[in-house]
Design a binder for this molecule. Sequence first.
Ligand code: SF4
Length: 361
Amino acid sequence: MTGIYIHVPFCARKCPYCDFYSVPYRKVTAELYVQAVIRNLNHYRNFDSVDSIYFGGGTPSLLSAKQISDILETCSKNFKLDSTPEITLEYNPSRADFQYLYDLRTAGIKRLSIGTQSFSDSQLKLLGRTHTAEQNLQTVRNAEKAGFHNISCDLMLALPYQTEEVLSETLEILTSLPIQHVSAYLLQIEENTPFYTNPEILDNLPDDDSSVDRYLQTVSTLENAGFYQYEVSSFAKPGFESQHNLRYWYCQDYLGIGAGAHSCIQNRRFSVPEDVQLFCKNQIQQEITISETACDPEEKLMLAFRTSRGVPESSLSQNARKKLPMLIKNDYIKLKENNCIALTPKGFAVSNAVIAALLDI
Ligand code: SF4
């Protein structure tokens, strides 16, 4: 069983904090790109059964519903789809219109991951997003009206001027919406982005303690609203965990299609060059091998520690096991009934440090 990831590297405008590969949207290029995606889906056909398809970006919602439908039809023609595959599309709320959402639903999209980020207009403006808080609300409401009952919203934390009160207002709105999943990310300042040299941003970033406080505020508000934390950044109502993203954390296979997409198939990891023109020109995408050996046990443990499932205590080294009582006492980790060790919310907030301590990195 595998998942298919389709990368759509077009954006209407570059957000000043984003270092993902993307190019400005052009209608003609997008059509050539969709044709290239379809050629590749025909090429990889039948290689495994598929239980999840994920359109990520970039901004997949810049494609037309017909283009999405053509891609999905090619998937069903070429792959044995699970009886209830999870089919997700990342959605930019600048486009809140009901008809488009309805057409996506008809095309076969079952789950939306909406890039809401915040429900404060001043925070959205600061982030250089092209949508308002009202458009966020409109998108979620129209998505529900269009028949989506598996909706995720993105939330950004550790933002300049994001006080407890500012975040609390956003969380209050978020938890009142008909959504089933939240992905909450801490803002990272990446080199080669405008934020990296923007004094207003740099001078007003929260310190580490405030970032942890905002994270824990988010965890407890979401938990009180029925969203349980199943991964460091992911919260879901029971039964609405992202099956596709769980593949990454559980080291399961996925096939990536598109410029800049990554794949891991039977322990072989490869990527496609970040070059839209080249992807459109090539008959079949170029695969650049990253590694041909299975993830080493340490890598697997690191990924597993990101999830609330945690790792079996027996898989830890003697040295790591000696550190457990202290980490449990300080509420960074917990021992679960099945003898698995998992991070607590406080541990997730500083997960890199806790995992490094446990893996002797
Ligand atoms: S819309 Fe998403 S992918 Fe595009 S620039 Fe903004 S954050 Fe990056």
